[in-house]
Ligand binder design. Structure first.
Ligand SMILES: Nc1ncnc2c1ncn2[C@@H]1O[C@H](COP(=O)(O)OP(=O)(O)O)[C@@H](O)[C@H]1O
Ligand SMILES: [Mg+2]
Length: 252
């Protein structure tokens, strides 16, 4: 097999006595959608925080295109091509949607200090074009000039995805992108993930099984910090251990 885009090797994270992530080894092939599923508390978000550099590993190693990324600052990891769709508080609420995406596009190419960001704020028309293109792709151009805090919940979540995309990632990591969404917004988001998957490798945590079964090429199932199994959705769905762990024996 060619070098996987992202490779986790015995990744472990302890919080005091809790082993939130326990020796997880997982290879993310290029151009696929890998969905990480598992019950609450399984360690999914912690795993994402390790991949994106927000937490330090207790032990193990994470490589992007064969180069170690654990130990790097989150922004350095973004610059190497791995972006995350942030939680809602991660945009500037009073700036417009366009300004938020534009700042992300600019931050990709410069030192991330407030002074640097502000001094370049009005200069870079290319970052504005890039930002408009991203907003257009997510059908958000008509709200480009609205302040981020005036958008609906679904639009804000999509804005977060735009901010991640503005960093031009090879891998997009998404933690429950449909959380809190209406059924209509959930369908829109699923279609969006399917569209993005055409040219970006995606790792997604998602608990809506309808979304998971439609978008994922592979499922990675976590339980108690460990990886229970990895495989194609149809195979994993039939796995008895998965049904026990994830749904208490109910059929997925
Ligand atoms: N910052 C933290 N400090 C201490 N314990 C944590 C922290 N983050 C997560 N945990 C614990 O790690 C375990 C896994 O949590 P989490 O990764 O959030 O699971 P999931 O996203 O699968 O629901 C849980 O027992 C949780 O309480
Ligand atoms: Mg979580």
């Amino acid at each position: 097999m060619a070098t996987p885009l992202l490779a986790l090797d015995s990744v472990t994270k302890e919080f005091g006595k809790i082993r939130a992530v326990d020796e997880v080894s997982l290879e993310i092939p290029v151009d696929e959608v890998t969905a990480v599923i598992g019950p609450n508390g399984a360690g999914k978000t912690t795993l994402f925080n390790l991949i994106t550099g927000r937490y330090e590993l207790t032990s193990g190693q994470i490589k992007l295109r064969g180069d170690r990324i654990n130990g790097l600052e989150p922004q350095e990891i973004v610059q190497r091509g791995l972006a995350r769709s942030f939680q809602i508080t991660n945009f500037f609420p009073d700036l417009t949607a366009l300004e938020n995406v534009r700042l992300a596009a600019q931050a990709q190419n410069m030192e991330l200090t407030p002074g640097a960001l502000l001094s370049h704020h009005d200069q870079k028309s290319e970052s504005k074009d890039a930002a408009r293109a991203v907003l257009d792709r997510l059908d958000l151009l008509d709200i480009a000039q609205e302040p981020a805090n005036s958008l609906s919940h679904g639009q804000q979540r999509h804005l977060e995805i735009c901010i991640a995309l503005a960093c031009n990632p090879d891998v997009l990591v998404m933690d429950e992108p449909t959380a809190g969404m209406s059924p209509e917004e959930t369908v829109e988001t699923r279609e969006l993930v399917e569209d993005l998957a055409e040219d970006i490798t995606i790792v997604i945590i998602e608990h809506d099984m309808d979304v998971v079964m439609r978008v994922a090429d592979r499922l990675a199932v976590m339980e108690n910090g460990s990886l229970l199994t990895v495989g194609p959705p149809e195979t994993v769905r039939e796995d008895e251990r998965v049904q026990q762990a994830y749904l208490g024996g109910e059929t997925v």
